[in-house]
Design a protein around this ligand. Structure first.
Ligand code: HEM
Length: 391
């Protein structure tokens, strides 16, 4: 699909055929193999990366720190480990060769000149370096996939439970078609795309909301201390009891959905909607941000009110009024992944720190969105103070 729409492009080279950019039988085959991996997530990776994040804050010692970048570093490390069992170590050494290789390719993919003038993809001298950088990253990823195949074939090697391992296992099912190393690379690469900025931006905006609404922060902390007792991170059982925290996560994604426009759908038959007919073959894109902020669907839509999700039946609003993770058969594969990751971080942070905006914060009269940032809806950098609690 990418090759069809963006021939010769970097994005087609890097992401190839994958579960996000495919349709029909190809998509069904890929989703069947990906699904089981997202059912038993390697939570130990989320926890160990959460502790690394806490080490950084410990050293900052009550001084302001910019959390958009910090959460991007954290989310990349979680994804690298959870997807491939690979440590990018973006928290430990942000400029190391792996992080630089990954970030460079992301920058190249988002280069607005190539997005708005796709003809540039056909000019060899403009693409030589860009393609070389993709090739270098591909080589790193291919090696990881190959090593993982070898490790899995050897019964004595300890298993880590990352998504790649689980997908390789899913391919052993005779009902599933096997994936080649290149197909694995494309799909794991697209998990990084789908799961990195989205979760990082959500974490940054939820931290802003908690800093700006101290009453909500206090209530969330009380729930965490009550449910977790002496545990620093929540067990899967305890996560189910973090009801208020989940309301905050839903409300954060309502106010600031990282994917502001749902990927396009094409109607297969005529659809009647409020007296209008949408003909078969029409291309539809839903504007999630607009739906989430509509006064027709939400009372006081601009206010941060986690309690609006109190009634579980209303958890996702009226049908279709909350679309943070999309919906239907294409709904986000990583929604659980992301919620578990966010719960773990917030439990660690809120137990230990009181979070505040800096006195001169650019966000003190409301969160400012970075209009120049492409791909996902992202806030402008947010400086926060993490003050150690006396408990
Ligand atoms: C706050 C975090 C996240 C948000 C807001 C988010 C949002 C979305 C949305 C809106 C879609 C489109 C769904 C549709 O078309 O109906 C989507 C698809 C997808 N997401 Fe997420 N996502 C998040 C995290 C993740 C993570 C962590 C992963 C993987 C590790 C992931 C993997 C995917 C994949 C593979 C798809 C494509 C599913 C398909 O087309 O079958 N997402 N996500």
């Amino acid at each position: 699909m990418l090759d069809e729409h963006f021939p010769n492009s970097l994005i087609a080279r890097y992401y190839g055929v994958n579960v996000v950019h495919s349709n029909g039988d190809v998509w069904r085959r890929l989703r069947r193999i990906c699904n089981p991996a997202f059912k038993s997530l390697p939570i130990h990776f989320f926890i160990e990366t959460g502790f690394k994040l806490m080490d950084i804050l410990e050293k900052i010692d009550n001084k302001p720190i910019e959390v958009r970048n910090l959460m991007h570093r954290f989310a990349l490390d979680v994804l690298g480990k959870a997807a491939f069992g690979f440590d990018f170590d973006n928290l430990g050494k942000p400029n190391n060769v792996y992080v630089t290789a990954y970030n460079k390719v992301q920058e190249d993919i988002r280069n607005p000149y190539f997005i708005y003038f796709p003809i540039l993809n056909c000019i060899p001298f403009l693409n030589k370096q860009r393609f070389k950088r993709v090739e270098e990253l591909d080589n790193i990823l291919d090696e990881i996939v190959e090593k993982k195949r070898e490790a899995l074939a050897n019964e004595n090697t300890p298993k880590r439970g990352d998504l790649l391992e689980l997908m390789l296992k899913a391919c052993e099912d005779p009902e599933n078609q096997k994936l080649t190393n290149v197909e694995f690379r494309h799909n794991l690469g697209v998990f990084m795309l789908a799961g990195h900025d989205t979760t990082a931006n959500s974490l940054a905006t939820v931290l802003y909301l908690l800093a700006a609404h101290k009453d909500v922060q206090r209530k969330a902390r009380e729930e965490i201390l009550r449910v977790l007792g002496d545990n620093l991170t929540p067990s899967m059982e305890q996560q189910k009891s973090l009801k208020y925290l989940d309301m905050i996560l839903y409300e954060n994604l309502r106010l600031y959905p990282p994917i502001a426009i749902l990927p396009a759908r094409v109607t297969t038959k005529d659809i009647e909607c409020r007296g209008h007919v949408i003909p078969a073959g029409a291309c539809i894109q839903l504007f999630i941000y607009g739906i989430h902020h509509s006064p027709e669907l939400w009372k006081n839509p601009e206010e941060f009110l986690p309690e609006r999700f109190e009634n579980e039946q209303h958890e996702q609003g009226e049908f279709g009024s909350w679309l943070g993770f999309g919906g239907g058969s294409r709904m986000c594969l990583g929604h659980n992944f992301s919620f578990i990751e966010q719960r773990i971080v917030l439990c660690l942070l809120l137990r230990k720190y009181e979070i505040s905006l800096t006195p001169n914060s650019i966000h003190k009269n409301g969160l400012k969105i970075d209009v120049a940032y492409s791909g996902t809806m992202s806030p402008l950098p947010i400086e926060l103070i993490f003050k150690r609690r006396s408990e």
